[in-house]
Design a protein around this ligand. Structure first.
Ligand code: G3P
Ligand code: CA
Length: 242
């Protein structure tokens, strides 16, 4: 069965990377969530996509220059302000992990360190995974493949997958070379044959970002390992019909 991972939570209908979006995804029946992590100036792992807070909050500036407290005083639903009266907050990874105690959700953590490098992000994420014993519930991905390899070394029990958006001739060989057990490609660079062959080599294929019915149906029929979508509710409905 194809696993459904909610991209930044149910970000098509709730403010991205907030607890509201993660809770909605789980309630919709998603198997897991995808989220992005960076570090604050005082070393807290926070869940936010952009390297600045400008687009999604009422503040401005680089994530790395905020303390956890100042970061969490921002309203994280700026891009959804017409729809939500209650302000959302930027969650810490600890808050997400605490919430995961109440459910069986998987969590795809994207290390967002391909633009701004964060010292010891990998070590901090690995320590938290071990603290919560979530080794079997986490998939680590990143566009920064050097960082991903570091993660594979310090946390070998966790599934890992390089994110990429350019064509790779034999993605299964690339994944094996860096010792990852999955790939997270942009959908448009994946043919049916590439998906099938990669999976035949035992490498999980979880393309992003799958938002329309036609693509969802195609990937469900291919028995693709997982899809990453902004609309988990739609995906769950469609998967039931397959
Ligand atoms: O994990 C898939 C996707 O999240 C990668 O792109 O920019 O949405 O983080 P982006
Ligand atoms: Ca992401």
């Amino acid at each position: 069965m194809t696993i459904i991972l909610a991209h930044r939570g149910a970000s098509g209908t709730k403010p991205e990377n907030t607890m509201e979006a993660f809770i909605a995804a789980e309630r919709a029946g998603a198997d897991g969530i995808e989220l992005d992590v960076q570090l604050t100036s005082d070393g807290e792992i926070v869940v936010i996509h952009d390297t600045t807070v400008d687009r999604t909050t009422n503040g401005s500036g680089l994530v790395k220059d905020f303390t956890r407290t100042s970061m969490q005083s921002l309203k994280a639903n700026n891009h959804f302000k017409h729809f939500f009266k209650k302000a959302s907050k930027i969650p810490t990874l600890i808050e997400v992990f605490d919430w995961m105690k109440e459910n069986r959700c998987l969590c795809n953590i994207e290390l967002k360190n391909n633009i701004i490098p964060y010292e010891e992000l990998e070590e901090k994420v690995a320590a938290l995974i071990y603290k919560y014993s979530y080794e079997k519930r986490i998939i680590i991905s990143s566009f920064n493949h050097t960082s991903l390899q570091k993660m594979i070394e310090i946390c070998p029990e966790v599934e890992t997958a390089p994110l990429y958006n350019h064509h790779l001739y034999k993605p299964w060989e690339y994944a094996s070379t860096i010792k990852a057990n999955g790939i997270h490609p942009k959908l448009k660079i994946m043919t049916d044959d590439l998906i099938k062959t990669t999976m035949e080599f035992g490498i999980h294929v979880r393309p992003y970002t799958i938002n329309n019915r036609r693509d969802m149906k195609r990937l469900f029929q291919l028995k693709c390992s997982a899809i990453i979508t902004d609309f988990p509710e739609k995906a769950v409905r469609l998967r039931k019909l397959q």
